[in-house]
Design a binder for this molecule. Sequence first.
Ligand code: HEM
Length: 176
Amino acid sequence: MKGTIVRCLCEMIEKAHGADTWARIMETAGHRTGKLAITMDIVDVDDALVMGLVQATCTVLGITAGQAANAFGEYWSCTFGPANYPKIYERFHSAREMLLGMDQVHIEVTSSVPNARPPRFDYAWSDPRTLNVSYKSNRGMVEIFAGLARGVGKHFNEPLDVTVRDAGSVQIVFAA
Ligand code: HEM
């Protein structure tokens, strides 16, 4: 997986809890501090490494996987994404537009990355406010998907009701 995910996690933890806490998370995940040169977009990072760092974040901060997914999703969608991908954010003017555009965005941003396997999303409306998203990835990060979707709602200041139905589907209810 692209190292951009790790770069975002690192930036979020360092800002909120300081560099020492990030160092403790790295150690808890079994990495020697400073050893990992994984914080660049271009570097492909092993999926197990990402999951190890997320688990270590939960251990060190004493939070659940769901809380970590929501914190990460909010930071990515509201802070890291707009700062690092401004051209992509310019395209979207509402949570609806952005969430519906995400399948295409993931294809685009990973098209030049060898061996990238971006998550894929299918969309189906069950009524004008209720969007059912099929999440297709073998990484099993549906909770992170939900956290990111909630973050998109916060970014556009729109209340969204996001529910994980099962490992491959998420329901998003828009306010209007
Ligand atoms: C500007 C916005 C975004 C960009 C540029 C972006 C880009 C990326 C990239 C590069 C990866 C790693 C993919 C790989 O290495 O194969 C990734 C992973 C992921 N993205 Fe995004 N993303 C964005 C927003 C979102 C949003 C809003 C959601 C959900 C609503 C989302 C859901 C995910 C998930 C769940 C993963 C984890 C990988 C997986 O499940 O297979 N992303 N994204």
